[in-house]
Design a protein around this ligand. Structure first.
Ligand SMILES: [Zn+2]
Length: 428
């Protein structure tokens, strides 16, 4: 086994040979987060630069030359798809770019092109923010996701891939063993995969002393407080949540001190816009997360509607005066309606299962006004079926017709996510 220090040296040596792109961006992020006051000015410069660059080198933004940010159109994935060629900057040859596939739960994915510098920025963000949970390059870590971003990076950074396409008991036992035998010290993954793994290990009697885990980073789905507590209880270590995407990199990250999500002001401008119009959301209200990327020079993305929702968070208590977000949710983390049309949030179901033993995962699907299917993936020892029926019935009301299905695995959506609730009846 390649020791950690050697691996770290080789990683940074390789980056150095390529012009220290990643190291340079890490220094930049360190500066931004060490001096938030000066960073306001820097952010303004970066915004002006990308707006100018977009207007001067792309057909789509040509007509907005000189406009201020609020006069740029809010775009969606669909806008990029329909005007695909017009989003390319004339400054770059596509041969020299790297591509990444769009994320998001629905719709056909397509390719975004990025400069090597943007890609290095993304890698730097991941390394920098992982550091908030104690990570250092070279540390043995497990990545619980379907595809690695790069096999090379995975190797150099000493990663083990745990592919969660099928989360059944066999998979859970295998991962439990590898966490121990491979001396995994850091985990990065979806809550819907890492959560069941924690519950499985807990049911097998494992506690933090049985592992060497120092930190866990979750992302792509919202991490409920129930799930977070369970991860801390079983694995120990610092559990932090990250808001990121393939196209944009890390947009906000939970802080180890104040536990709120700090916006990555060094890389993006994030706006929260009202649900139904392109104006700022009211103070404290839920808004659409609309992002402008300072580093997407190959395909400038200005005021891109991510499809996710959040509220502006409180001023943080950690002393880092950088704006915060709270309640970040994908719009696809849907709400259900009871038969009388009242909204029932996914968190209600999550809370109702908090004290039950042996539930690995559940998924509640609304099929009609009063028809629901609840998929349950449980340990063989699970004995609280009656209790869960009683509670879910109460959550949805006496008129709800809920069918229960016991399954060996809950398949992910094309995005790799496994939402707690899916509304097939009425879309938000
Ligand atoms: Zn903080």
């Amino acid at each position: 086994m390649f020791p950690e220090l050697l691996r770290r040296a080789v990683f940074w040596g390789y980056d150095f040979s390529k012009g220290s792109l990643i190291a340079g961006h890490i220094s930049d992020l360190k500066r931004v987060f060490a001096n938030p006051q000066d960073s306001q000015q820097l952010a303004k410069q970066r915004l002006d630069n990308i707006l100018n660059h977009a207007c001067e080198t792309t057909r789509f933004y040509k007509q907005f030359k000189g406009a201020s940010l609020k006069d740029f159109p809010v775009i969606q994935k669909q806008t990029v798809k329909e005007n695909y060629e017009d989003f390319f900057s004339s400054k770059y040859d596509r041969k020299n770019l790297v591509s990444t596939t769009t994320s998001g739960s629905y719709g056909t994915p397509f390719k975004f092109y990025q400069t090597k510098d943007k890609r290095a920025r993304h890698t730097a963000e991941v390394i920098f923010f992982n550091g908030w949970a104690g990570y250092r390059v070279g540390m043995r870590y497990a990545q619980v996701r379907v595809y690695p971003r790069s096999k090379w990076l995975l190797f150099m950074q000493n990663g083990a891939l745990m592919n969660p396409s099928t989360i059944d008991e066999r998979w859970l036992e295998q991962q439990r063993q590898s966490l121990k035998s491979q001396k995994i010290r850091f985990i990065i993954g979806y809550p819907s995969a890492v959560g069941p793994l924690a519950e499985y290990c807990r049911m097998k009697g494992d506690r933090p002393d049985d592992f060497l885990i120092e930190g866990i980073i979750t992302g792509a789905e919202s991490l409920t407080s129930v799930a977070k507590e369970k991860l801390e209880e079983v694995f120990g270590g610092m559990v932090l949540d990250r808001y990121s995407s393939n196209e944009f990199g890390v947009m906000s990250h939970e802080c180890a001190k104040c536990k709120t999500h700090h916006i990555n002001i060094g890389s993006h401008k994030l706006e929260l816009l009202a649900i139904d119009r392109d104006e700022p959301a009211e103070a404290g209200a839920v808004g659409r997360i609309v992002v402008t990327d300072y580093f997407s020079h190959a395909m400038p993305l200005i005021r891109y509607d991510t499809g996710d929702l959040a509220r502006l968070g409180p001023e943080c208590k950690c002393g880092l005066s950088i704006p915060t977000l709270k309640n970040i949710e994908g719009r696809t983390i849907e709400v259900l309606y009871d038969p009388d049309g009242r909204m029932v949030n996914a968190i209600v179901f999550d809370r109702e299962t908090k004290d039950l033993e042996g539930i690995l995962r559940f998924q509640m699907i609304q099929k009609s006004r009063d028809g629901y299917v609840c998929r349950l993936h449980v340990m063989p020892s699970f004995q609280q079926g009656d209790l869960i029926r009683e509670r879910f019935q109460q959550a949805l009301g006496p008129d709800a017709k809920i069918t229960y299905e016991y399954v060996d695995s809950i398949p992910p959506l094309p995005s790799g996510k496994r939402p707690y609730v899916i509304n097939e009846y009425k879309k938000l």
